[in-house]
Design a protein around this ligand. Structure first.
Ligand code: NAP
Ligand code: MG
Length: 470
């Protein structure tokens, strides 16, 4: 599996009924992805259930060794994994894209292996003695999205395995091959039944997975509407949930910034993965006194970042991953323009060009309640709203139902922290946006979901706390 061809052969099928997978940059056929149904899901759940007691019965140290071997396997197959990811997802090899994503997969796997386990003595005095233990839950059902398909799948898989659970994972339909390839690489070293991928439709296989009484926990990353369906489905079996849902992250630029110095950070905060990132900067509020300079510095930087076919080593931005997402971005920018906003960069896709390319787009003079501001664009189009009163900017930032990330940009750290404390978001970054670390908990407030991933909090989330008292 350490060449592109062998990896592709391991995950594609000749079945003419299977789904054709096309490179979103060129339209070229990559291969056919299997689409499985409920029988396959049931068999996967049965084998995960059968494998779980033995996996949980291993010493923690043994699972740690397995996870490090899994990370080694990812590293050995890193280049073919990155190529397949680039071709199926569209993201370029270089920059914070495909190779970076595969590197994050091994890094997060090692971090999940090395994090100190939660638990221990929590009470030991004349009033009594109590210990906290974190037990395996059983089988974890994981459902991942198409924007960072390998990395987000690893976020769900690695901590679950560390804590003694087995995993059945359902990838997003449009990035099935990437997740199947990752799982095939991991399964070179994992025992049978511990990790199974079920390629299939979300509305069929995904829904059945979340309703199954064979799982104890759902790890879901995706949209808020599907998250709400999963909450409803969880009621019957009181299934545990970690939900990483949609975001519409605000950034607030205070008047004291150096516009040129922050331009690169603003750019990558908004446009990483061509804007298809849950915690990307999706609406920017800039103080009137620096507004024009910030817009100019950001657009000048944006013009230097090449967009194109993923396998071209020079490109740093790619296409939208699928047509539905392209249409959302196109509609939102068009409606901003019709509403009187200024499109100062981009906004003019070539409808006849191959692939789902939408140019890097910056929109100013926009109504703070325009659809491009209040809806999640999930693409390379950033609206910039001018403000003069910080209370008003904070009010606008907080008025949406979502609260995944946010950022404050200022040379005065204390002032930035005061603003950060007033923002309703699971993470508030200062002078950057979107950076994640495997030891720092990540998750959303409000309708961006609940539960936290990474670090000790992430391990607790895939286990059942038990008190032993006495
Ligand atoms: P989505 O439509 O919610 O799909 C996510 C996953 O759920 C896919 O695997 C999908 O399968 C599956 N699914 C669809 N319907 C389902 C159902 N009824 N029951 C169970 N599973 C079902 O989201 P998306 O379009 O892939 O991703 C974009 C959204 O995800 C954005 O809103 C973005 O902000 C959010 N996101 C959040 C984070 C985060 O960490 N908070 C990270 C990345 C993305 P199919 O593909 O087969 O339909
Ligand atoms: Mg979808």
């Amino acid at each position: 599996m350490n060449t592109y061809d062998s990896l592709l052969a391991a995950v594609t099928t000749d079945d003419p009924e299977a789904r054709e997978v096309h490179d979103p940059a060129t339209g070229e056929l990559i291969g056919r992805a299997p689409v499985k149904g409920l029988e396959f899901l049931d068999a996967a759940l049965d084998s995960a259930t059968a494998a779980q007691p033995r996996w949980a019965g291993l010493e923690d140290e043994e699972r740690t060794i397995y996870l490090h071997r899994a990370a080694d396997a990812i590293e050995a197959a890193a280049e073919p994994l990155a190529q397949l990811l680039s071709r199926e997802q569209g993201k370029p090899l270089n920059g914070p894209n495909a190779r970076f994503e595969v590197g994050a997969c091994s890094a997060w796997t090692r971090a999940a292996a090395d994090t100190e386990l939660p638990g221990g003595v929590i009470l030991d005095d004349e009033s009594g003695r109590a210990e906290m233990h974190y037990r395996p839950l059983g089988v974890v059902g994981a459902i991942s999205p198409w924007n960072w398909p390998m990395m987000i799948s690893i976020w769900q898989i690695a901590p679950s395995l560390r804590m003694g659970n087995t995993v059945v994972i359902k990838p997003a339909e449009t990035t099935t091959l990437s997740v199947m390839a990752l799982v095939a690489v991991l399964n070179q070293v994992l025992p049978e039944g511990v990790l199974t991928v079920v390629p299939g439709k979300g509305s069929v296989v995904g829904a059945a997975l979340t309703q199954s009484d064979k799982i104890s926990k759902v790890m879901f990353t995706g949209s808020t509407p599907v998250g709400k369906q999963i909450i409803a489905a969880s009621a019957d079996n009181v299934t545990r949930l970690t939900l990483e849902l949609g975001g519409n992250d605000a950034g607030i630029v205070l008047p004291d910034v150096d516009p040129v110095a922050i331009a690169e950070g603003l750019f990558w905060g908004a446009f990483i993965n061509t804007g298809q990132t849950c915690a990307a900067l999706k609406r920017l509020y800039v103080h009137d006194s620096v507004h024009d300079q910030v817009v100019e510095a950001l657009t000048e930087f944006a013009k230097t970042v090449p967009m194109g076919v993923g396998l071209d080593e020079n490109n740093l931005l790619g296409p939208l991953q699928n047509q539905a997402q392209y249409e959302i971005v196109d509609r939102l920018v068009d409606s901003a323009r019709t509403g009187g906003a200024s499109v100062v960069l981009g906004g003019d896709p070539d409808p006849d060009a191959p692939g789902y390319f939408y140019p890097t787009t910056v929109v100013t003079d926009i109504d703070p309640h325009a659809a491009l501001v209040v809806e999640e664009q999930f693409g390379p189009a950033l609206p910039i709203v001018r403000y003069s009163d910080i209370d008003e900017a904070i009010r606008l930032a907080n008025e949406l139902e979502v609260g995944l990330g946010a950022s404050v940009w200022s040379n005065d750290r204390d002032e930035a922290k005061r603003v950060a404390a007033r923002l309703e978001a699971g993470t508030v970054w200062i002078n950057s946006h979107g950076g994640l670390h495997p030891m720092v908990p990540f998750g959303g407030m409000k309708q961006s979901g609940y539960g936290r991933e990474f670090g000790v909090e992430g391990l607790k989330a895939v286990s059942e706390p038990q008190v032993i008292s006495g």
